[in-house]
Design a protein around this ligand. Structure first.
Ligand code: ADP
Ligand code: MG
Length: 318
């Protein structure tokens, strides 16, 4: 996108940052930034591809919130504090209305989370958006996937399954649309659990954000922590009334376990920290315990049960 590319960046993305850590922002070949004394950099990148992650015609402001929320969620899952973001846009055309909607929402979110947009890349092609996020961690600290131990409590923030409910409504319609706005919002505008991740940094033994589904993401923690297993009490899964009232209890429970893209945090915690849970910035549910068995056992009101499918995997369909 050579013609107009410079103007496009200037008009929509070159907002001056007052962030002290940014010595040089958008406009040169690189941004130049400083990492505060005693901190380390946490870096992650996330992409949204039309046809894979969203449908053609999705409004640009919703794409901005979806991209921003999913990208920052990785920092939350690491316990990091967001600092900077870079943005790679591939656009079929330079559509003013699209760019206005997209950049306005993106900057709103940047302000809300204290993040500076420091650079990016703009090219022409089928619509695709990538955001690289950079955050700070106190030196030597990080909330990894690999620290869970037998006997730890398995915890989940907020509610799970809502995003899958929103997607279902988009694809096949809602059975009733009383809670359509809520569920669509959970799909399009995930809230990265930054404050929670920061608070867990000193307490949780392991953590991950729920992008592929509780079962799938919990399995990453269990595997990384040394082939551990889990016992889950399905009645303890945090499921919103909105989801249950729209799709019924059974489907809601299935989606709570296997629906992805809720971007809540799943973490493990030594039982001694149980009293600390109510002090957190948001509701957290204890859904089970880590075991040494290398398998995940599910119980519903005391009875062992099974569930189909374990989550979403881009290269594997079962
Ligand atoms: P180069 O040709 O050196 O890659 P560009 O012309 O692509 O540089 O970019 C010029 C400046 O604009 C750079 O500072 C780059 O980081 C920034 N930039 C380009 N696209 C975006 C975008 N979509 N969002 C934010 N900054 C961007
Ligand atoms: Mg250059």
């Amino acid at each position: 996108m050579s013609l107009g590319e410079f103007e496009l960046i200037q008009r929509y993305f070159a907002e001056a940052s007052s962030d002290a850590s940014v010595a040089l922002g958008i406009g040169d070949d690189c941004a130049v930034c400083s990492i505060p004394e005693g901190q380390q950099l946490a870096v992650s990148i996330d992409s949204l591809v039309q046809g894979t992650h969203f449908l053609e015609g999705t409004p640009a402001d919703l794409l901005a919130s979806r991209l921003f929320g999913s990208a920052l969620s990785d920092l939350a899952a690491m316990g990091a504090t967001p600092a900077w973001i870079t943005l790679a846009l591939t656009l079929p055309s330079a559509d003013d209305e699209w760019l206005q909607l997209f950049s306005t929402r993106l900057f709103e979110l940047c302000r809300q989370y204290g993040v500076a947009l420091i650079g990016g890349d703009t090219t022409k092609g089928p619509l695709q958006l990538s955001a690289q996020v950079h955050g700070f961690l106190p030196k030597g600290k990080r909330l990894t996937r690999s620290g869970a131990r037998e006997g730890d409590l398995i915890c989940i923030s907020g509610t799970v399954g809502d995003s899958r409910g929103g997607l279902e409504g988009l694809l096949n319609g809602f059975e009733n649309d009383r809670h359509a706005d809520y569920l669509l919002d959970r799909f399009y505008a995930p809230s990265p659990r930054i404050e929670l991740g920061e608070a867990l940094l000193d307490k949780a033994s392991a953590g991950i954000d729920i992008s592929d589904g509780v079962l799938s993401d919990l399995a990453h923690i269990l595997k990384a922590s040394g082939q551990l297993g889990a016992r889950l009490q399905l009645e303890a899964l945090p499921i919103s009334n909105q989801l249950i009232e729209t799709f019924g209890e059974e489907r809601s429970r299935q989606w709570a376990l296997t629906g992805g893209e809720d971007f809540e945090l799943c973490f493990t915690l030594s039982p001694e920290y149980l009293p600390f849970l109510p002090q957190l910035s948001m509701p957290v549910s204890v859904v089970g315990k880590v075991t040494s068995s290398a398998k995940v056992e599910l119980f519903l009101r005391g009875e062992a049960c099974e569930i189909q499918g374990s989550g979403y995997d881009h290269f594997h369909h079962n």
